[in-house]
Design a protein around this ligand. Structure first.
Ligand code: CP3
Length: 342
């Protein structure tokens, strides 16, 4: 069944023309219908934990654009929330958490995670029932390093310096925290797959701020730990890895972690991307600001990507999430360009 879905076929190594497309943050503030549903929730986390509303916003971009994948509407920070780290989303600013100290790491207790995350699993189950049969349902989690950066700084920062410092000064606690998050994440992904997700993506949004040895210890090893644990219970699980900003360290990441497909940010040169694609499927990598800039920038960018990556296994996507400034009509134009209708 799953094999009839375009994205699952690409994840198995097939080349499709046109390539399937979905967009990171496809459910989000650029859509008026999202803002309307969002206003009914009691804050962003309440939106994530209310299946009626989460299902609705997940389906909105599918109805509007007919994307080939639907991504569960939630956030990577529900995991630290399940650990009791007091996660809040401040209007117009972003996430805030209670910054964790090294001496608190040993006390982190994942015992109540599945109880806490039960509404997310319910959202996945309901989505599976409501989505068109040809639409791939993607689950996701944050990579341990990216989650840890927010747990340590208590917020996003320009270069996640607090977490990098923590990694040098408290290495044992950092590794312990990454292992704990990896084990929780593996269970979390298995539950999403059990609830009806076809495949999953691991978002490592902050992997680009580390030197090479730290990248190996804090990004590659924990993601491999997730992949190994997921496959121990689901040998056929399809996993997309997205080590945003990894640059030259993209080389070898697929093999070292065991992921199936490599998510590329927009700074990855297309000739290098084509090399990476010789080893397996890639996803990406249009600069999200091209969608904000409008149709000429969109068309140029799509044509270059299709020329360089269209002859191999490709899932078309942006190189990071769509921003609130994008015009919904231009998102439609992007889909038309990729599908050869514009
Ligand atoms: O449509 C989808 O892609 C699915 C939903 C999704 C969200 N966040 C919804 C969201 C996914 C997959 C994420 C992942 C996520 N969350 C990441 C990894 C990907 C990335 O963007 O790098 C990270 C780092 C987070 C943490 C996070 N959540 C931040 C830093 C912020 C604030 C920045 C912002 O864009 O507001 C969020 C909030 C958030 N997550 C929003 C959405 C739609 C906006 C919140 C709102 O509606 O007010």
């Amino acid at each position: 069944m799953a094999d009839e879905k375009a994205i699952m076929r690409v994840l198995s190594g097939e080349t499709l023309d046109p390539p399937p497309i979905w967009v990171m943050r496809q459910a989000g503030r650029y859509l008026p219908e999202y803002r309307e549903t969002r206003a009914q929730a009691n804050g962003f986390l309440d939106l994530c934990y209310t299946p009626d509303l989460a299902v609705e916003v997940t389906l909105q971009p599918i109805r509007r654009y007919g994307f080939d994948a639907s991504i569960l509407f939630s956030d990577i920070l529900v995991l630290p929330d399940a650990l009791g780290r007091n996660v809040r989303f401040v209007e117009g600013e972003g996430p805030r958490l209670d910054p964790i100290r090294a001496d608190e790491v040993a006390g982190l207790d994942p015992q109540r995670m599945h109880e806490h995350l039960a509404p997310v699993y319910e959202t996945v189950t309901r989505l599976r029932a409501e989505l068109p049969a040809s639409t791939t349902l993607l689950g996701f989690c944050g990579a341990p390093w990216t989650i840890a950066t927010y747990m340590i700084a208590g917020q996003g920062t320009p270069d996640q310096a607090p977490a990098r410092l923590f990694g040098y000064k408290h290495r044992a606690e950092m590794l312990q925290m990454l292992d704990l998050i990896a084990d929780m994440s593996a269970e979390y992904l298995v539950r999403q797959l059990d609830s009806g997700a076809d495949a999953v993506q691991v978002f490592d949004s902050w992997s680009g701020v580390l030197d090479d040895v730290s990248f190996d210890a804090f990004c590659v090893k924990p993601v491999k730990r997730i992949v190994d644990k997921v496959r121990a219970s689901k040998p056929d699980a399809r996993i997309i890895g997205f080590p945003k900003g990894a640059g030259a360290l993209y080389r070898g990441y697929r093999e070292a972690t065991g992921i199936d497909a490599l998510g590329l940010d927009w700074t990855v040169p297309l000739d290098f991307a084509a090399e990476l694609q010789r080893e397996g499927p890639v996803q990406g990598n249009l600069d999200p600001l091209r969608v904000v800039a409008g149709r000429i920038a969109i068309k140029d960018g799509v044509e270059r990507i299709l020329e360089k990556l269209g002859n191999g296994p490709l899932i078309f996507n942006l190189g990071h999430g769509i921003t609130p400034q994008a015009n919904p009509e231009d998102m439609g134009y992007l889909v038309d360009c990729v599908r050869g209708n514009a």
